[in-house]
Design a protein around this ligand. Structure first.
Ligand code: PRT
Ligand code: ZN
Length: 301
């Protein structure tokens, strides 16, 4: 018989960094309220059998792989690095990406000295590449039949060329200002990354499966409503086909009669994308009036 503590779902979240706030916020929006342990390393869920372990992001795939945690919020860059190094070592990968999370966007790109002539990845042949992501870079080189040496750096990759430790780098970029400040130009992206939710296979979930499924369903709902809007408007019946076409990402709208009017109806619809001014202007041209756009708080399909 598993004890109560064995039944609880453990979710790994970055302890302190770019992903921490967004990850915890998502869990709160899935309905979790928690208290933070005295050691600050565990948040105990108060209203669900869910505990959050706060760890370094690099450790998250390993914690799921070893079944210490059931789920983890982590950058795809870290997930891919771990997956490819397990594959290279001939080991089994015991985690999967269950969902993308729409935050933590960045890209893994090659950066070369400003003065270097670069026209294609073939120009990397024979060079030394500094990176924190050796498995991803080696995989890229192999897939493109390129011969280059990979130098593993654990931080401050951008200074490797000026230290003479490498010729070029492969590092995460978001605005591009770090590379520019180090006189490097971004020349090629090999991975587009964002935060993702990872988890072990369904067979490993056992008695936790119901709560994991519930959490995943809530998470999908939360991610969907982030962009969703509820739109209400009045429209002439004759304009309905055009209006339905213009409503972004909506399913069949609800059409309601208006008291005392036969020509005009009310249209209500959930749009699974943001509704911009341009769309409202087009709707107006199509004959819509009295338009209201409201945020959606929760959604359960
Ligand atoms: O302590 P711990 O190991 O947990 O944290 P960490 O320092 O390894 O990670 P952290 O918090 O810096 O990043 C966590 C995750 O955020 C990464 O794994 C990525 O998935 C994602 N992310 C998004 C980024 C960036 N954007 C980013 N810009 N991670 C790092 N950077 C760095 C990059 O390495 C470079 O030094 O920012 C610099 C480039 O930024 P720009 O804007 O100058 O181009
Ligand atoms: Zn890290």
């Amino acid at each position: 018989m598993p004890t109560e503590t064995e039944e609880r779902i453990k979710i790994a979240v970055q302890k302190s960094g770019r992903l921490t706030e967004h990850s915890l916020d998502l869990l709160v929006r899935c309905g979790l309220s928690y208290s933070r342990g005295r050691d600050q390393l565990i948040c105990y869920g108060e209203n669900m059998p869910v505990d959050v372990l706060l760890v370094r992001d690099d450790d998250i795939p390993g914690l799921v792989q070893e079944q210490v945690c059931d789920l983890g919020f982590v950058g795809l860059n870290i997930v891919e690095e771990r997956r490819l190094s397990l594959v290279a070592a001939g080991e089994k990968v015991e985690f999967d990406v269950l969902s993308t999370l729409t935050f933590g966007h960045c890209r893994l790109s090659f950066g070369v000295p400003e003065e270097m002539q670069y026209s294609s990845s073939e120009d990397l042949a024979g060079l030394r590449i500094a990176t924190t992501y050796p498995a991803i870079v080696k995989d890229y080189l192999a897939r493109n039949s390129l011969n280059a040496s990979v130098v593993k750096f654990s931080g401050a990759v951008e200074i490797a060329p000026s230290l003479g430790k490498a010729d070029v780098i492969c590092d995460l970029v978001s605005s591009g200002s770090t590379m520019r400040a180090h006189h490097l130009k971004e020349v090629e992206t090999i991975l587009e990354s964002e935060a993702v939710l990872i988890g072990g296979s369904e067979e490993t979930r056992g008695s936790k499966a119901t709560w994991i499924a519930r959490l995943l369903q809530r998470l999908q709902g939360v991610l969907q409503v982030k962009e969703s809007k509820y739109i209400m408007l009045h429209a002439p019946r004759s304009a309905l086909p055009r209006i339905a076409e213009l409503l972004p990402g909506s399913e069949a709208p609800t059409i309601l009669p208006l008291e005392g009017r036969t020509d005009l109806v009310a249209v209500h619809a959930v749009c699974r994308e943001n509704v911009f001014w341009e769309t409202l202007e087009l709707l107006k041209e199509a004959g819509a009036s009295s338009m209201l756009v409201l945020p959606v708080e929760k959604m359960l399909a």
